[in-house]
Design a protein around this ligand. Structure first.
Ligand SMILES: Cc1cc2nc3c(=O)[nH]c(=O)nc-3n(C[C@H](O)[C@H](O)[C@H](O)COP(=O)(O)O)c2cc1C
Length: 659
């Protein structure tokens, strides 16, 4: 095809074309450059002006001292009191023993075995007149406390030569457990096997009886034995030794003040996993429902939402909950002592070398300390009475308090009846002794820490369910005493005036487990409180749904009255109907005619299940039914004994005994 004819002036035409081409390119380039400039002007990072921060006064990070020997040498201590403690009692006893040492011209320090290199026990003899005391609590099935686990492992594996080590042990436990004081007994035996010299007999504290009295009586004989051993005499001075000094903060920025956190400041506002005892998760309460239909107790079912917490748990684990003290008790304490509870304070350890800088997170207010950190509900121990006695202005009050703190038979009886049997907490004591008005900071130093409460998880779903009961007991004094945590939980209702009610919690692993394989025949044997068993049953229901073989599941459930506290009745009956539960046996202790169904009455079937079907039994009991576990266990022993007797009669079991 021919090109259109160009006008005559070829050159001008070509210039025109050339000109228009250049113009397009220019426009393009111009737009590009303009765009870049606009972008640069609008979105460029503005130069950061570095503000002139005042230099923070940070403490130089000190390497953690793991040598208790070096620490003792540096601070002139000759007695070290180690404690294996989960809920604070053994730790408190250790503190009291280390304080006692001063009365005998010695110097003691309480120490957490988890923080030190315990193999250094071999070196304690380098310190003259040295002594190691161990206050050891037992848990689970004769297990050590978490903070004593490494020490326990070391004792088991070690062949260290402990010749020259002087030691004594006070064991804390509870006689209703099968492995009574197992940890204390083990430490005492093992230290001796490794060559240590026991300078005083093992003390046995029974929390089912009167642990405080056991401790006071043991301590009373222990110190004279120490004096005799080292050839020293008591200084005779009965003085009160403060461990912490008070600092009142006048103008402290409230952002630096603890408001109930256990570890990191502001950890409740700025939640970061992993969540544990020092860093609990604030779990919103999504359900809080009353379970019982009658009676004076309030049994409740709570569901906690752990979304986003990365918390994992298995059926049988425990939820640890940090409760809050009753606001009425706290404000009344402030009134009685005439103190402004909003004062911001720190209690600083007078022993600068101590690892424990404060008795609770500081700086804080008295209000926070009494609400979140201190136990104001339980009757105080005798050491608190002893130390506070000095502030009673009426000599009679003073004498009574000293007597109750002594180990004289009358003193013990008076403490038992006036404090323990009457359930007098610190507020009741102050109200009933108007001449006793101690400084609040000393009181805060002496009161034990408020401990987390543990609940079995009653679910195997994504979110933990708790089942617990609250009630009040009217005391001889006319006062009504309520459980701290359960009473507080009762008021944690979802959407409380538009606020999400939350619960500070973390998970504590438990040994209480379902057997490994789903196909093994199982028989869950709950008694009374069946919280973890609910989780187990749910898990088995789920496994069944997935087509897994789970074997028989038999539930024995006991409570007071069928009409009042047959907890989760509809759910359990539905489980039985759908076959998730092979058998549901119920017993109600206060409905006489219904009492018949019990473990005892099912001996035959139970033995068949154990013997032939290879069943596993999980029992759970709690609260008032503390002896129930023992009774159920005794029944199992009886079942086994009956079986052995049968074997003997049939000639299937015979003995040939030589002596
Ligand atoms: C869940 C649980 C399990 C326990 N297991 C045992 C045990 O097996 N043997 C025992 O003698 N005492 C047992 N006890 C009792 C404690 O050892 C006792 O109350 C002790 O005073 C706790 O000391 P702590 O407050 O220093 O942890 C158990 C207590 C609890 C709450």
């Amino acid at each position: 095809e021919r090109l259109p004819k160009l006008p005559r002036d070829d050159s001008s035409q070509s210039r025109l074309v050339e000109y228009s081409l250049l113009s397009n390119l220019d426009i393009f380039l111009f737009s590009l450059i303009a765009g870049v400039i606009i972008y640069w002007l609008m979105f460029r990072k503005k130069p950061v002006t570095i503000p002139d921060f005042p230099k923070l006064e940070t403490q130089a990070p000190t390497a953690r001292e793991t040598s208790f020997i070096e620490k003792m040498k540096k601070t002139g201590k000759n007695i070290v009191v180690f404690y294996g403690s989960q809920t604070g009692t053994a730790e408190e006893f250790a503190n009291r023993l280390s304080k006692d040492a001063q009365r005998y011209g010695m110097k003691g320090m309480a120490a957490d075995p988890e923080e030190y290199d315990m193999s250094e026990l071999t070196r304690l003899k380098e310190i003259s007149n040295s002594l190691a005391i161990f206050c050891m609590a037992t848990y689970g099935e004769g297990d050590p406390t978490d903070n004593a686990q490494d020490f326990y492992d070391w004792l088991q594996e070690s062949d260290a030569d402990l010749n020259g080590l002087h030691y004594t042990v006070f064991a804390l436990g509870n006689k209703t457990y099968e492995h009574y004081n197992a940890m204390g007994k083990y430490v005492d035996k093992r230290l001796s096997e490794l060559g240590g010299s026991r300078i005083f007999d093992l003390g046995m504290g029974d929390d089912d009886g009167n642990l405080e009295e056991d401790f006071v009586s043991w301590r009373e004989q222990f110190w004279p034995a120490v004096c005799e051993h080292f050839g020293v005499e008591a200084t005779g001075e009965e003085f009160s030794i403060r461990q912490y000094e008070l600092k009142v903060h006048e103008d402290l920025n409230m952002n630096k003040v603890y408001t109930g956190e256990l570890g990191r400041l502001k950890s409740f506002e700025n939640q970061k996993p992993p969540f544990d005892a020092k860093n609990p998760f604030l779990a919103p309460v999504t359900v809080n429902r009353k379970l019982n239909k009658g009676g004076d107790r309030h049994l409740m079912h709570l569901e906690l939402d752990i979304t986003g917490s990365k918390i994992r748990y298995e059926s049988g684990d425990h939820v640890a909950v940090y409760p809050t003290n009753d606001a009425a008790i706290v404000s009344r304490l402030g009134d009685v002592l005439g103190v402004d509870l909003d004062t911001v304070i720190s209690l600083n350890n007078l022993d600068e070398e101590s690892n424990k800088k404060h008795p609770f997170p500081c700086p804080t207010t008295y209000h926070t300390a009494l609400t979140h950190y201190l136990d104001v509900t339980n009757p105080p121990r005798t050491n608190v009475l002893y130390e506070l006695a000095q502030y009673a202005t009426d000599p009679k009050d003073q004498e009574n308090m000293r007597k109750m703190a002594s180990s004289s038979p009358e003193g013990k009886a008076q403490y038992q009846s006036w404090v323990l049997d009457s359930c007098r907490n610190i507020l009741a004591i102050l109200e009933d002794m108007p001449s006793l008005r101690p400084p609040i900071d000393h009181l805060c130093e002496l009161l034990p820490r408020l401990q987390a409460r543990y609940y079995s998880i009653a679910s195997s779903s994504k979110h933990p369910h708790l089942c617990c009961g609250s009630g009040g007991t009217r005391q001889k004094t006319g006062r009504v005493n309520k459980g701290v945590a359960t009473n507080w939980l009762k008021g944690r209702v979802p959407n409380d005036n538009g606020h999400k009610a939350t619960v500070p919690m973390y998970i504590r692993k438990s040994q209480f487990r379902l057997p490994f394989k789903a196909a093994t025949d199982n028989h869950d044997r709950p008694w009374h409180r069946n919280r973890p068993l609910h989780g187990f049953i749910q898990e088995r229901a789920w496994l069944r749904e997935k087509g897994k073989e789970v074997g028989e599941t038999v539930l024995y459930f006991g409570c007071r009255h069928r009409s009042e506290d047959f907890l989760y009745q509809e759910q359990l009956e539905a489980y039985e109907e759908t076959g998730v539960l092979t058998q549901l046996s119920v017993a109600f202790s206060r409905d006489q005619e219904l009492k018949a169904t019990s473990v005892k009455n099912n001996k035959q079937a139970i033995w068949r299940q154990i013997h032939t079907d290879n069943a596993t039994y999980n029992t759970t009991s709690a609260g008032y039914a503390r002896n129930m576990a023992r009774d159920v266990q005794t029944t199992f022993y009886e079942i086994a004994t009956d079986y052995i007797k049968k074997l003997m009669t049939k000639g299937r079991y015979s003995q040939d005994v030589w002596s």
